[in-house]
Design a protein. Sequence first.
Length: 324
Amino acid sequence: MSKDYEVLLYYKYVPIEDPEQFTKDELMYCKSIGLRGRILISSEGINGTVSGPKEVTKKYMDHMHSMDKFSDLWFKIDEADDYAHKKMFVRHRDEIVSLKLEDDVDPLETTGHHLEPEQFREAMQDDDTVIIDTRNDYEYELGHFKNAINPDIHAFRELPQWLQDNKEKFMDKKVLVYCTGGVRCEKLSGYLVREGIGKEIGQLYGGIENYSQNEETKGDLWEGKMYVFDERISVPINRVNPTVIGVDHFDGTPCERYINCGNPECNRQILASEENQEKYLGGCCHECRVHPRNRYVKARGWSTEEVKERLAAIGEELPDGVEA
Ligand SMILES: [Zn+2]
């Protein structure tokens, strides 16, 4: 049963001259063919996720492959029912993943061993090995490799500091790192190599996406789903023995539904059922629930009286002087 749309995930570290001009040209081209998604371009390379009808994604892949620099660009392809993005963005950045090191790492010079999915699966089962999830906390919560360590970071650029703070635990171990499509690990594993953290560094080539599609591994040893940065929000990975590990922020029951906290100043991503989202006024905590700009309350059009009643039902009340 083949679907009509595709989502492409890709990156390549390769020097790009005049990345600003290339960014403008690519934006114009992508829009002209009806592609949507998000592409980051820098002098160090390209990192993108885009979607569209199959004839459009095919056109885009041909376009990229026609350039010498990108003739070998590896597109990880996922079929989809629709566009996975609302708009087309092509942006120029200092880095194609934001690690913001004072002394940057060039993954073309320094990086961890690229492990194919089968090799990665084998390496994960070695007792002398630690597996570090290089993604953010909300990505880990929905799904991760069995026994992987969660650094509990909110943004990728926080990871180097976490590694420095915890390096004693990894010094005499083999270290494995993984991320969605592989781009974050190119630089991060290079950082581990340079800093001498871990006695051997391996990175999952092509990321979780490739591990899921690989016919040998079929996503084996992955627990839960994978968070993706597009309209789909999550995708299945394990095709051998899929499980649910996400839990509802409010009551701890199994849940894979993401919401943003209704407080625009918090905006935290949490897992919650529709019922609990309503019960807890769309806010992750009391402070967010009673925030005067709580979007969830505004969208419902609840009166102050109604908000008070709803808060009372969960044993909370509006602070003095606050109107909903
Ligand atoms: Zn909140």
